[in-house]
Ligand binder design. Structure first.
Ligand code: ARG
Length: 461
């Protein structure tokens, strides 16, 4: 069939070229935004007297019919159509006759596709914000339920200082809160209407871009028509926000994989979120966490792909930009899929607090506290640090730990040691005394938890 744009050419392209050029297999998911945008456009054309009120009404009714038929699955996108914009216009004209041909007055597919994508991503961002909210609630519940479990905190993956498991989990909630902020910022900048920029230079018709933007819930209009049709920053910002979010999910997944190993055994995942091995009968593999970690790479790839597509494009629209959609849709689908598995999986975590504590008891995790003990008795920190280090070396040599080294041996290193040192270096004291704001003490974590719960209650997402 000849194209709607047949004119200069007969509009009869090669079949392979057609398939290559067509975007309907991925852009038809924006049908709702496309039709809603067209309804607003018809309203604006009518209100401005560019078409008659009756014509506007006919267009609107026709478009509404197409929308409900598509929603009910009575009308399916034609895989042979060039894109969703052409498809809707073609069906409209088939259904209501020549008035349908007036819809595309004072617009172009260039501003239309930019409009549709902004609306689509704006809607999808709201869904991701909701999913992040559920994730943060799940994690704060997990922290609250296991508030006092002590685990080793690590630097360089070496046991460093004892921390509360709840403190560790809440660190991730902070990351996800920033992800929420980033997405909200992105949506703010995204929510500017490009419709009316037309092909690139604006239009000779007396349009009202602000009215159309308002009908569609935008907070403003693109100020420069060339920019309006060629800007894909909103996709890149969205992809960046998703890439950072995936990085956070991936780091957490890595810890879940580590913690579920026999080497750590800090947590147990529910059977529903693990798999077995086809050969090794003893296996319980954390596949879901591994896959979330693995899928992070695709989202980074989507961001890199679009950054690269955009870097050499002259103004204004170029067909290269059709590639934007597959990148953002893939990232979007991936993130949604990951969140939909990660959140319930996190909700099933059983904390094996005895194992965590046992791990925290080895590895001289309280050596800093031993040094701090001497500092509180008047020794400069650097000297106290040296003495503690020598005591650790002695313990390793004698096969002892700080808790079992006799006081008489401590006295060989400093007369400042007395019986109370054993209390000071007990795990509970090490944790309880780190009461600086944001620290790991029971009270500080309780405070963090309270603040997070309030923040989550106030979050409109
Ligand atoms: N399918 C196209 C895209 O996704 C729509 C815009 C086409 N514009 C054009 N001048 N060919 O970018």
């Amino acid at each position: 069939m000849a194209k709607l744009w047949a004119g200069r050419t007969a509009g009869l392209t090669d079949r392979t070229a057609d398939d290559f050029n067509s975007s309907i297999r991925f852009d038809s998911r924006m049908y709702k935004q496309d039709i809603t945008g067209s309804i607003a456009h018809a309203k604006m054309l009518g209100a401005q007297g560019i078409i008659s009120p009756e014509e506007a009404e006919e267009l609107i009714l026709g478009l509404q019919g197409i929308l409900s038929d598509m929603e009910e699955g009575k009308l399916l996108p034609d895989p042979d159509a060039e894109d969703i914009h052409m498809f809707v216009e073609q069906i409209l004209t088939e259904r209501i006759g020549s008035v349908g041909m007036k819809l595309h007055t004072a617009r172009s597919r260039n501003d239309q596709v930019a409009l549709d994508l902004r609306m689509y991503l704006r809607d999808e961002a709201a869904g991701i914000l909701q999913m992040l909210h559920e994730l943060m609630e799940t994690l704060t519940d997990l922290a609250e339920k296991n508030q006092d479990a002590i685990m080793p905190g690590y630097t360089h993956l070496q046991r460093a200082q004892p921390v509360l498991f709840s403190h560790h989990v809440l660190a991730y909630v902070q990351m996800f809160l920033r992800d929420v902020g980033r997405l909200q910022d992105t949506v703010k900048r995204m929510n500017v209407s490009p419709i009316g920029c037309c092909a690139l230079a604006g239009t000779t018709f007396d349009t009202d871009r602000n009215y159309e933007a308002e009908l569609l819930g935008f907070s403003g209009i693109a100020a420069n028509s060339l920019d309006g049709v060629s800007d894909r920053d909103f996709c890149l910002e969205f992809l960046s926000a998703l890439a950072i979010l995936m990085m956070h999910l991936s780091r957490f997944s890595e810890e879940i994989v580590l913690w579920s190993s026999w080497e750590f055994k800090f947590i147990e995942l529910s059977d529903s979120y693990t798999t077995g091995s086809s050969i090794m009968p003893q296996k319980k593999n954390p596949d879901m966490a591994e896959l979330v970690r693995g899928k992070c790479g695709r989202v980074y790839g989507d961001l890199m792909a679009l950054l690269t597509t955009m870097k050499g494009l002259p103004l204004a629209y170029n067909k290269d930009m059709q590639e934007d959609k597959e990148a953002v849709f893939d990232a979007l689908d991936t993130v949604k899929m990951c969140l939909s598995v990660f959140t319930p999986m996190a909700g099933t975590i059983t904390v094996l607090s005895d194992n965590m504590k046992k791990a925290a008891q080895g590895g001289f995790i309280n050596a800093t506290d031993l040094a701090d003990y001497l500092v509180k008795k008047g020794l400069p920190f650097r000297e106290a640090y040296k003495i503690s280090g020598s005591i650790v070396a002695r313990c390793i040599h004698d096969g002892l730990v700080l808790e079992t080294l006799p006081l008489s041996v401590y006295h060989e290193y400093s007369p400042l040691f007395s019986e109370d040192l054993y209390d000071e270096i007990s795990l509970e004291t090490c944790v309880a005394k780190r009461s600086s704001e944001g620290g790991t003490s029971y009270d500080s974590v309780k405070q963090q938890l309270k603040e997070l719960k309030n923040a989550l209650k106030g979050d409109p997402a």
